[in-house]
Write a protein that binds this ligand. Structure first.
Ligand SMILES: [Zn+2]
Ligand SMILES: [Zn+2]
Length: 135
């Protein structure tokens, strides 16, 4: 997502864009975004600074680290960003900041649900489905 400083009207503007997660190089083996990241930016310029209120929404696909099941999750985040402007003809690229913000929330050990019971260490049964007979 790029913003051309020169095109920001006095009253501000809203920019919507779908960003491919592959463009941000965010995907890992156990967690990736499915579909584009829907970004909505409220942009305004105050003399020498540009403020961006950003809303990100995306569907995520993960593999639970406890039960190894696939799961889908909704992922959303609101961010406020500020950029100093020295040159009115400049372009602001939001992608590096979007990437950084998403990485902060990226799960290292994704869980299908917070209280996932995982697999039995003995028989490998998924304990979310049913109890097994192991002692
Ligand atoms: Zn799980
Ligand atoms: Zn068992």
């Amino acid at each position: 997502m790029k913003i051309d400083v020169n095109f920001i009207p006095d009253e501000g503007m809203v920019v919507r864009e779908g960003i491919k997660s592959s463009e941000l190089e965010l995907d890992t083996e156990v967690f990736r975004f499915s579909g584009p990241i829907r970004a909505e930016a409220q942009v305004s310029r105050i003399t020498n600074a540009v403020t961006v209120h950003l809303k990100l929404e995306v569907k995520a696909h993960g593999i639970c680290c406890r039960c190894l099941n696939d799961f889908e999750a909704d992922f959303s985040k609101k961010i406020d960003l500020n950029y100093p402007v020295e040159d009115l003809s400049s372009t602001i690229d939001l992608n590096p900041d979007i990437r950084e913000e998403l990485i902060l929330d990226y799960p290292i050990n994704p869980l299908c649900k917070a209280d996932c019971r995982g697999l039995c260490a003995k028989c490998g049964k998924n304990l979310n489905d049913a109890e097994c007979n192991c002692k």
